[in-house]
Design a protein around this ligand. Structure first.
Ligand code: HEC
Length: 497
């Protein structure tokens, strides 16, 4: 079989290319089944290797995927095919995985139930931490370079443990209200429940084929998953990740929608979902083990949400990237429109008190600016110019500074420090020239913080939050987000939830 392709180069290409021409898809499909299906699944839904469907591959450019097929992925199980398949076959395979399958794959109740794994049912592991540390000041660091997670002691700023995660974690892990368990969501739809006391996975389930994120209810009883594929929200019992409900997402006219994200709204004891393809925001409550949906019509498609501290209002970014809308969550009415040109990244916004009023601040994905908004009048009170578009903004109640990265463009290696009272940039750091510096998370006290050098040979850098002096660098493999237990379970105003 392998020889056939070698021969192709040697001159029998006419024969093969005729057959390729006659039925290109069938030919490539056969190649896929022969060489790829064992790891990526016969239906391309993934297996030992990740799912290979257009939605799942959206972050990888097709030429990059072709290079992966040709050269393999060093230090992983993904083999190189350059010696096995000729260039045309590799191109055809890359083409093939970026095309939707003839039949949209299903991922409903039966598939979800069949995927459920329960290595340690709830109540079967010791209820004491297996090591000494302030469990409230732990950080998790997601290392996307080789799909691992590091548990870091936030007092000593030293790693405690490192473990393999599912492929391509997405959307940030979420803690149980007591901080003992953490839930991870992966691009390919896997939810993993991990016990931080015993440093082990307790349960897993696959909620969808292409998932955006997950949320944990404020009472810790439920986990909800937001999917792009299929068009569903999926509700699980948080204890063992047992399926509770699959909610098809669509409007009354019969259009279905991808779900951009799901959030938990603690004072409302509900979940809020942002929908990609229909102009609605959803509030979901769980009553007697059943999900009840409240549909709120919106003026336009809203992608990305921020909430005021008491969850009275939702601030949504319009899909056109030019505006933000403020929606009263009780009435469902749009009460203000904010001029936020340049694609605000509201999901990463932060809030604080400044001169007697509450403000929120958001970076923009499309322009070098931070918008600062008065949350009483819903007016933009300041637009700070930065050295390029930013991705993440972070602060802490106890810190006088807010940090914003310059994630896109030539100044990716810089981060700005903003004085929360004067609303001015007071310092610009460039910790590793030429290397992406991004995403800050504070410790529980707001005294120290971690910044990522977002590279394969990267690090997290520990800073003193007051003096802004570097304390140390801990080497990591493309660290992205960092998540402090205390800040997350207390919905600290300076971090995303
Ligand atoms: C022995 C198992 C195995 C086989 C066979 C295999 N792969 Fe993979 N593949 C993997 C693993 C594991 C990864 C993830 C590597 C990593 O961790 O970066 C991967 C990654 C990939 C990626 C990158 C996906 C992404 O989202 O970044 C592509 C594209 C890919 N494989 C295509 C193929 C194709 C096409 C074939 C057949 C010609 C194939 N693979 C055969 C195991 C395999």
């Amino acid at each position: 079989m392998i020889r056939r392709n070698a021969l192709l180069i040697l001159g029998t290409s006419l024969l093969i290319s005729t057959s390729l021409q006659a039925n290109p898809t069938e030919e490539t499909e056969a190649l896929y089944q022969q060489h790829c299906a064992s790891c990526h699944g016969a239906d391309r839904l993934g297996g030992m290797g990740p799912a290979l469907l257009p939605q799942n591959l959206s972050r990888l450019k097709q030429p990059a995927a072709e290079a992966v097929i040709r050269n393999g992925q060093p230090a992983t199980q993904m083999p190189a095919f350059a010696d096995v398949l000729d260039a045309d076959a590799i191109t055809a395979l890359a083409d093939y995985i970026y095309r939707a399958p003839a039949k949209t794959p299903d991922w409903g109740q039966a598939e979800i139930l069949a995927s459920h794994l329960l290595p340690h049912p709830s109540g079967t592991l010791p209820d004491e931490p297996a090591y000494k540390a302030d469990m409230m000041n732990l950080f998790l660091v997601v290392e996307t370079g080789d799909h691992h997670v590091t548990v870091l002691d936030g007092d000593k700023m030293e790693p405690i443990h490192r473990f393999a995660s599912r492929y391509a974690l997405h959307g940030g892990p979420k803690y149980s209200p007591d901080g003992r368990y953490v839930y991870f969501g992966s691009r390919d739809g896997w939810i993993t429940r991990y016990d931080l006391f015993n440093l082990t996975v307790t349960a897993e389930v696959r909620a969808g084929i292409n998932m955006r994120n997950i949320a944990v209810s404020a009472d810790g009883k439920y986990v909800m998953a937001a999917n792009y594929l299929p068009h569903t929200l999926v509700l699980f019992d948080a204890a063992n990740l047992e399926l509770v409900d699959v909610i098809p997402v669509g409007n009354d006219a019969g259009d279905s929608s991808r779900v951009s994200a799901v959030y938990t709204a603690p004072p409302r004891n509900s979940f809020i979902a942002a929908l990609k393809d229909i102009p609605e925001a959803w509030e979901i409550t769980v009553q007697d083990g059943e999900a009840k949906v409240r549909q709120m019509q919106t003026d336009t498609w809203l992608d990305d949400f921020f909430f005021d501290p008491d969850y009275q209002h939702l601030i949504g970014a319009a899909r056109d990237g030019k505006r933000g809308y403020v929606i009263n969550l009780d009435t469902g009415a749009t009460i203000a429109e904010l001029p936020l040109p340049g694609m605000p990244h509201l999901g990463s916004g932060v809030t604080w008190e400044s001169q007697g009023r509450r403000v929120m601040a958001t970076p923009h994905l499309g322009t070098g600016a931070v918008s600062i908004i008065d949350m009483q009048t819903w007016e933009v009170i300041k637009t700070l110019k930065t050295e390029g578009p930013g991705f993440f903004m972070r602060s802490h109640e106890n810190s006088r500074y807010a940090w914003v990265d310059v994630f896109f463009g030539p100044n990716q290696d810089k981060v700005h420090v903003i004085d929360k009272q004067t609303l001015e940039i007071v310092k610009t750091l460039q910790p590793a020239p030429g290397k992406v510096a991004a995403h800050v998370e504070f410790d529980r006290y707001g005294k120290k913080l971690l910044l990522s050098i977002w590279e394969k040979d990267g690090a997290v850098i520990v800073y003193d939050a007051e003096t802004l002096e570097e304390e140390k660098r801990i080497p990591m493999n493309k660290p992205s987000g960092k998540y402090n237990v205390w800040n997350k379970i207390n919905y600290e105003e300076g971090t995303s939830h």
